[in-house]
Design a protein around this ligand. Structure first.
Ligand code: FAD
Length: 352
């Protein structure tokens, strides 16, 4: 839960409730040339907090810290020297906290990396699969840092609209129809600060994000690289579950409505990687069929292959095709996304 505190001459301040009953954060922006970080003693911080609350209430100060909001993304997520060394989360990227994209970006890194490590350790993937971790995840961090930076700028613009350039109060500005409409426009312009679902779950591995795609406009789809679309479905014994929960975190999940053609009578357990079959209509029941159509599974002849991190790998019709598709990824014979193209022109924000 987040509160923006805006008051004349107070700069940008927030209260963040990590836990509303007992764990809060107070954030303020500062100009290090006017107030060096040594200024932020407990007494000084208490004064800012009390002023922002508008009254004195009892609280303990647990810690005081400063940081800067310059977006940074590491040029590599895999160490060139220690080949089994990887960075995830804020060690790999950090952005302004505006937009709250930090944690999900870090979790997405771990989600992408852990199954690849398991695959290599268990011998069903080549070490080179681990190189795909940074190829897939760096473009996401670049995009999220871009949006976080934009959100930061938009909050400053809102603050400027709220108080004008002549030191007016918000109340005075709200009486002026022109200023009021400026404030309303600036508020609407902050929309994607609070609604960025498409950045959170709509990214497509191996495909550059369209500049026309809005941060909050998530459209579920089933193409290679997308996250498996969620829908509520039923199990054979009538329980409601998410389609995300039918996948196996340590195996490829094969979603199918008929059976794969067993060319040369080859069984699924003959493939060289762990796999789990999930049959529509038997293991899961999609009552209105909308998800089945979205997945292109209404015809019995094809199956959709889901990676252990719940991203779509592709579509197959035979066991041999399935083996070839997984091989092309885990043995890295064909997966070479264009790194520079995926990150766009903002590659300069990457740091060594
Ligand atoms: C004020 C603020 C508000 C934020 N709000 C949001 C939000 O609303 N939503 C959101 O998604 N993100 C938010 N973020 C960002 C989010 O906090 C970070 O993205 C996230 O915590 C990163 O997680 P992490 O595990 O990668 O790193 P960290 O949380 O930094 O964890 C790293 C850990 O490693 C420990 N460590 C460091 N060095 C060593 C060492 N040598 N040996 C052992 N341990 C070590 C550190 O002590 C720390 O515990 C916010 C950040 C700030 C500062």
């Amino acid at each position: 839960m987040l509160w923006f505190i805006m008051a004349k001459n107070a700069g940008k301040r927030n209260f963040i409730a990590y836990n509303r009953s007992n764990n809060w954060v107070f954030v303020t922006c500062y100009d290090a040339t006017a107030t060096p970080k040594e200024t932020f003693t407990e007494e000084y911080c208490r004064r800012l907090i009390d002023q922002s609350l508008g009254k004195k209430i009892p609280y303990n100060v647990l810690s005081i810290t400063t940081w800067n909001t310059t977006p940074r993304v590491a040029r590599h997520y895999r160490s060139k020297l220690i080949r089994h060394g990887f960075v995830v989360g804020d060690a790999a990227h950090c952005f302004p906290s505006t937009g709250g994209l930090g944690v999900n970006t870090g979790l997405g890194d771990a989600h992408n990396l852990v199954w690849k490590i398991t695959a290599v350790e268990n011998g069903w993937a080549e070490d080179r699969l681990l190189d795909s971790y940074e190829l897939e995840r760096i473009p996401i961090a670049v995009e999220n840092s871009r949006q976080s930076r934009l959100n930061e700028k938009k909050v400053h613009e809102l603050s400027r609209a709220a108080f004008g350039d002549n030191g007016q109060s918000l109340e005075e500005r709200m009486q002026d129809p022109k200023a009021r409409s400026e404030i309303q426009l600036a508020l609407m312009d902050n929309y994607n600060h609070f609604d960025s679902l498409d950045l959170q779950i709509g990214y497509v591995y191996g495909k550059a994000r369209s500049p026309h795609r809005r941060a909050g406009h998530y459209i579920p789809e089933c193409i290679p690289g997308t996250r498996l679309p969620h829908a509520w479905v039923y199990t054979a014994d009538g329980r409601t579950i998410s389609t995300l929960d039918v996948t196996d975190y340590s195996a490829f999940t094969i979603l199918l409505s008929g059976s794969l053609q067993r060319d040369n009578r080859r069984p699924l357990d003959d493939v060289s990687f762990p796999a789990k079959e999930v049959y529509l209509g038997k293991d899961i029941i999609d009552k209105d069929g909308a998800w089945t159509r979205l997945m292109g599974l209404e015809r019995a002849s094809s199956a959709v292959v889901i990676r252990p991190d719940q991203h779509v790998l592709g579509r197959v019709t035979t066991i041999d095709e399935l083996q070839n598709l997984v091989n092309s990824f885990v043995l890295c014979s064909s997966y070479v996304p264009d790194h520079e193209k995926l990150c766009g022109t903002d590659l300069q924000i990457l740091a060594e």
